[in-house]
Design a protein around this ligand. Structure first.
Ligand SMILES: NC(=O)c1ccc[n+]([C@@H]2O[C@H](COP(=O)([O-])OP(=O)(O)OC[C@H]3O[C@@H](n4cnc5c(N)ncnc54)[C@H](O)[C@@H]3O)[C@@H](O)[C@H]2O)c1
Ligand SMILES: [Fe+2]
Length: 382
């Protein structure tokens, strides 16, 4: 079977990248932007870094910020109505994964109104028309939602998050500017950075991985492993590296899938509103250890990319352990909690296991995890 790769039409990288937005808007002939951004970053002036440029260039826009972290069906439906009322002809998504995912769902539904219930978009939806054009500006590093063909929406009623996979939702332009991320506090930098590392590692060992995506993922692991600690301390070079590393991971995993770290994290996010990156970071070392015997020599590459020394002289058992230990050490160094004791409750376990087992990311896991396996993994951290 042939491999398929979907990427942005254009992407800009590096400090000052947002300066290119007005020229791109004009080159595409767009008339009015529907700016999707989260309420907190709107309040703290992060969104304004972009809207100030629109103002200076005399470009029209309207802001929509009714978007929760772990965005809901209701956020999307309100956004669709607001978009229709706005007279906008394109979207600028500014934020972490939550505003970018909301923007994708809005853009898809506006052009494919038969999916207005949102739930029917779960999995690979048979949409026929491309999303409203999206320019995506990430403010976390991160989900890489600016370059992925996925978005994740929360169903409050059913207490679950669902993943939608659709090549028609990919932003046409990604603006990956570390200056948009410089205001992230320590904990958010750590959590979103560990999400990016999880993408790179799950993408590297997922069933559909192949040479091109391996290239993206191993480079992403290397960049993230060497820069996340300093990025948490707001070092500008490390911020720049993290912006790139998380994007490169997105170029990979978006095209091949993830694994059960994400399945299990989605369940935690839906039930407890656990920040996505925190959930991934807690689960990642434990699930890596569980997956190890289905990964051939891949943990050797991961250990090297994580900066472990002497890997060449290690046995398979040793380098597998070294890879897992290096990931656990990084999570500890950036102050991620070590277990789920403060997060998950045993009475919810059946529900969590069911949700994770049925999650769209589960089939990509290198090992087919049974419900009993998933239960044991959760329990080992509770
Ligand atoms: N589409 C994809 O491929 C993909 C991949 C992974 C995760 N996700 C989804 O993305 C969501 C998580 O996104 P996220 O982790 O980027 O966080 P987020 O967008 O949920 O934002 C979390 C918090 O960080 C704040 N924030 C964002 N940028 C900031 C900045 N520069 N300075 C200060 N505060 C800032 C926000 O205001 C918010 O309170 C989850 O719903 C997850 O499931 C999507
Ligand atoms: Fe993620």
């Amino acid at each position: 079977m042939a491999n398929c790769v979907t990427l942005n039409q254009t992407s800009y990288h590096g400090a000052g990248a947002i300066q290119n937005i007005p020229a791109e808007v004009k080159a595409h002939g767009f008339q009015k932007a529907f700016v999707c951004s989260g309420p907190n970053i709107l309040k703290h002036g992060v969104t304004a870094k972009v809207t100030d440029l629109l103002d200076e260039a005399g470009l029209a826009y309207e802001i929509f910020s009714d978007i929760k972290a772990n965005p809901t069906i209701e956020n999307v439906q309100n956004g669709v109505e607001a978009f229709k009322a706005s007279g906008a002809d394109y979207i600028i998504a500014i934020g972490g994964g939550s505003p970018m995912d909301t923007a994708k769902a809005i853009g898809i539904i506006v052009n494919n109104p038969e999916f207005a219930d949102v739930r029917s978009l779960e999995g690979v939806a048979p949409t026929t028309k491309p999303s409203v054009p999206i320019i995506a500006v990430p403010t976390t590093a991160g989900t890489a939602a600016e370059v992925t063909i996925n978005y994740v929406i929360k169903d409050d009623e059913k207490q679950r998050k669902f993943v939608c996979v659709d090549t028609k939702d990919i932003p046409i332009i990604a603006i990956v500017d570390p200056d948009m991320m410089s205001g992230m506090p320590y904990g958010l930098t750590a959590a979103t950075g560990m999400d990016a590392l999880t993408h790179a590692i799950e993408g590297y060992i997922t069933k559909a991985a192949w040479e091109m995506t391996d290239m993206f993922h191993i480079k992403a692991i290397e960049i993230i492993a060497r820069s996340l600690r300093a990025a948490c301390e707001n070092d500008p070079k490390a911020r720049e590296d993290m912006a790139l590393g998380q994007y490169i991971a997105g170029q990979g995993f978006s095209n091949v899938g993830l694994g059960i770290v994400h399945s299990m994290a989605h369940a935690l996010g839906a039930v407890y509103d656990t920040p996505h990156g925190v959930a991934n970071a807690i689960l990642l070392p434990t699930v890596m250890a569980y997956n190890a015997d289905a990964t051939g020599t891949k943990y050797k590459d991961i250990a090297i990319a994580m900066g472990v020394e002497g890997v060449e002289n290690m046995s398979q058992e040793e380098y597998r352990k070294a890879a897992v230990d290096a990931v656990a050490q990084l999570a500890r160094d950036v102050k991620i909690p070590e277990n789920l004791k403060e997060i998950a409750k045993e009475e919810d376990l059946d529900f969590l296991v069911d949700s994770a087992f049925n999650d769209a990311c589960a089939p990509g896991n290198p090992k087919d995890a049974s419900k009993e396996d998933i239960r044991a993994l959760y329990l080992s951290l509770m």
